[in-house]
Design a protein. Sequence first.
Length: 485
Amino acid sequence: MTRSSPRHDVIIVGAGIAGMACALALASRGVRPLVLETRKKLGGRATSFTDVRSAEVLDNCQHVALGCCTNFLDFLGSIGTASALTWYDDQYWFEPGGRMSIITANGLGRLSPAPGHYAASLLRATFLTLGEKVILSRGILDILSTDRSRWRDRTFELFLRTSGQTDRLISRFWEPVIASACNLPCNRVAASSALHVFQEGFLAHRRSASIGIPSIPLVELYRNLPTLLESRGGEIRLGCSVDQLTTTSVTLSRTGETLHAPAVISAVPFPSALQIIDPTIQAADARFAAMRTFGTSPILGVHLRFDRPVLRTPHAVLVDQPTQWLFSAPGHTDGRAVHAVISAADAWLQLSEEQVASQILTDIRRCMPWAAQARLLSCRPVKEKLATIAPTPEMEAHRPAATAGPGSLILAGDYTDTGWPSTMEGAVRSGRIAAAAFLGLSPESLLSPSLAPGLLTLALGLRPPSDSTSPGYRGILPAQPALAS
């Protein structure tokens, strides 16, 4: 059974952040998108679920925005939920034994322009020795003056070694930041991705590393989108699985019905894209051969409930521990409801729930001795086995462009060539780049500008990469003439 979709100018498959951002960008320019999503909720991997044990709405994993995530923040602003982020300028690092260091741009940092706004607090940090701080400063200066696109084919660990960084410094400082941001350890992640995190996420601008944490469940961030799209002629259909798609048609799984539209955009994760995109399209397009070599990296998010306050700060980094970050659960401020996050969590996937709880409790009590007597009331691990792409040097060289040229299938998703790591910011960028390809516009025309680097940052050598962090970004060609202006 087939039918055309005359009310819609384009079908977008997938209502994760990329698909939502693409649909909104198109609807804002007079295009009528139809969005199909197999789940019965929005958000893809950045969403929430109702726990059958507690009936609580829990996030799949803790997601945060940084001040440098200009496209994601603009996306939330456009759907009216930007105010649901609570912002923090301080990072709390806890050592074994309970000593805390605050890495902040506040205090004396206010007197220093970027990139020196964290210097004063790093000098006071107790989890690094004075000698390590000297070595760290050299690494930061090297990062500032490095063209990250030239390090696409090598690991960040190799970069750190060339900059004289020690094993202990890598373990205590570089690893927690990069594993959390890129979801791979330093010895596996492409240096280009890790350098991007520090260049744009910490050093370019004073607000770059401000942390925005949702104060409501992730799924609630998108609550206004369906009505907003409908008001502009678009539509979202939830619980609508797709069996196969081509450049102009989508076949639904449950009914076998085929929908037609002038264009189709795939906005699902790459493993799903390889399953549902017409094999004849894949055979004729070199992007898909490269995608079949991609790997993924898991994230473990663990929801913990204690009988007394454990977390005394809004969030915490546990220095040199398997458990990397702790966050106060949305809506909870008393330190009893804690969300633990382990990125690059391969070693955790085979652990039982009891083993996960035991390890996290050990890590918490080691760095927060006051938690020794706290009783764990509940533990709910959420294992996202396919959380992100694995941004290795091999993969970074082959991230696909939104389109291979006029008439080709348009791709959106954080795995595509966005110039950013696989993050919520990267997902929004991918959706907007796909929308630009559909409209026949340059990617830059729909992207929010990055925070402008400070004068001192520029004087110390920070420059945009001489090439994209993967090929194709500058070479995106219009997929078809624009349907609307």
